[in-house]
Design a protein around this ligand. Structure first.
Ligand code: ATP
Ligand code: MG
Length: 443
């Protein structure tokens, strides 16, 4: 374990508290991540000082009262910010949600025992070393997620912990310990009491994790609690529905960059009732259209932002777009999707192809790789993808004798199409010549 990576500013902050006789411990995620040998996202400090006492210790530093009622201050030192929180225990939990009140305590052990999982309930201070009351270190070694205390009680206190357990299992690629797992299955309906936003945040972290496939399969029933659409549709067999789900999840996990949008699109693409849409293109498009709408409905219910909703829908709809082989086709798709989404679309195709032959190198991958190279080449060349980039504008056409009106826009779009396809260069003289020819033809 390497506690040397704690930033100097964070150590100073703990030092400021200790120099006034208070305790200061690094707690939660940062201790867990150091013991796992990964770099923590943030450095949370817990202390027996009250918020008022903390403010005195941090006089001279910038302090933001982020959650003063809950005892949390954000302290900024040399541009880095840290959360410092008074030891606390949670008060009454109503409706299996967040506690309505919190109480401060002078005792670190109390603070640690309110935490959700053993791996998240450790503390460390350079002077006192590691405080590990619940066996978190051993659970990290065994790679398991285990509740602090009685799982049933802990999930009844806060139902979100059910999904947090799944999220950590996926993100850390850990297993959920047996008692905790059976309690999760048993208490899964408690998720109904949790706000859509909190469910969404955990679910999105779950699906991008390296253990996502395993967790989503093992806890299918839990996912059904907030996405009932994946439950077996009434008119086809349960087994078949689960197989479809398993296939979507496997494909999703074959996406190798952890891109949230691509993973959501792959997770949702097969949830619609697979009507017998046949092999014809129109039927297939209609099916994707239905699935895109359904995914949109679910994501909206989870209060996802508009960008997530529209990107996921776009990817589902575009799933069957032929992989571009020529520069012109590539530029056309680039103009339509934009670079980011086009890259995502290729990533989605790559995952679909890889999932068909796990562990092998399916032949279709070459086509995707060629397209990715082509995309980079096209992007390197300065290219014209919208009317704004076109080397001629409406006024040029008027100068050529066109009357102002809708015809101008049409002609410009026609020219743009030819430029994108590579049939015309984006050069003023050439475009004016082509435009003049067309105007002549119309006369
Ligand atoms: P990450 O690296 O994803 O931020 P984290 O462990 O820091 O992981 P947070 O959600 O930021 O996770 O929570 C910080 C700490 O607060 C956790 O490690 C845990 O000890 C405690 N905690 C957070 N949410 C809960 C909860 N619902 N119930 C009990 N303890 C919780
Ligand atoms: Mg955190």
């Amino acid at each position: 374990m390497n506690f040397d990576i704690i930033p100097r500013e964070a150590l100073n902050m703990a030092g400021l508290l200790e120099s006034r006789g208070f305790e200061a411990f690094f707690v939660g995620g940062c201790v867990r991540d150091i013991l796992r040998g990964t770099r923590p996202n943030d450095w949370d400090i817990a202390t027996n000082a009250t918020p008022e006492q903390m403010k005195e210790c941090f006089a001279g530093l910038r302090v933001i009262e982020t959650g003063i009622k809950h005892g949390t201050l954000t302290v900024i030192s040399d541009g880095l910010s840290f959360e410092v929180t008074t030891y606390r225990v949670d008060g009454k939990y109503e409706d299996n949600r967040r506690p309505t009140e919190v109480y401060f305590t002078r005792n670190l052990a109390d603070d640690l025992s309110r935490r959700d999982f053993t791996i998240n309930a450790m503390a460390y201070s350079p002077g006192r070393g590691l405080v590990d009351i619940f066996g978190g270190r051993e659970d990290i070694e065994k790679k398991i997620i285990r509740c602090v205390g009685n799982p049933n009680r802990r999930f009844h206190e806060d139902g979100l912990r059910i999904l947090r357990a799944l999220r950590f299992a996926s993100a850390l690629d850990f297993w959920v310990e047996e008692d905790t797992a059976s309690s999760i299955h048993e208490n899964r309906s408690l998720l109904k009491n949790i706000s859509a936003e909190r469910v969404r945040d955990e679910f999105f972290k779950l699906i991008v994790g390296p253990g996502a496939e395993r967790v989503l399969l093992e806890f299918f029933d839990v996912i059904c609690e907030f996405i009932p659409e994946i439950k077996p549709a009434a008119d086809f067999e349960q087994k078949h529905a689960y197989d479809l789900y398993a296939r979507s999840v496997r494909t999703m996990a074959a996406e190798d960059k952890g891109d949230k949008y691509v993973r959501l699109a792959l997770f949702f693409h097969g949830i619609g009732k697979p009507d017998d849409f046949g092999e014809d293109k129109e039927g297939r498009q209609e099916y994707e259209e239905q699935n895109a709408e359904l995914a949109g409905t679910i994501l909206r219910r989870l209060r996802s932002d508009n960008r997530t909703i529209s990107t996921v829908k776009c990817l589902i709809r575009a799933r069957h777009t032929a992989t571009p082989k020529a520069e012109g086709e590539m530029r056309r798709l680039l103009a339509f999707f934009g670079e980011q989404n086009l890259r995502r679309l290729l990533g989605l195709r790559r995952a679909e192809i890889s999932a068909q032959m796990p562990g092998q190198r399916p032949p279709g991958l070459e086509e995707i790789e060629a397209a990715e190279t082509l995309l980079s080449e096209v992007l390197k060349k300065e290219c014209c993808l919208s009317l704004r980039d076109l080397a001629v504008g409406g006024e040029d056409l008027i100068a050529l004798g066109m009357r102002p009106g809708r015809g101008i826009g049409k002609l410009l779009t026609g020219l743009l199409d030819e430029v994108i396809d590579g049939r015309l260069p984006n050069e003023r003289e050439a475009l004016l010549r082509a435009a003049a020819k067309r105007i002549e033809r119309k006369k």
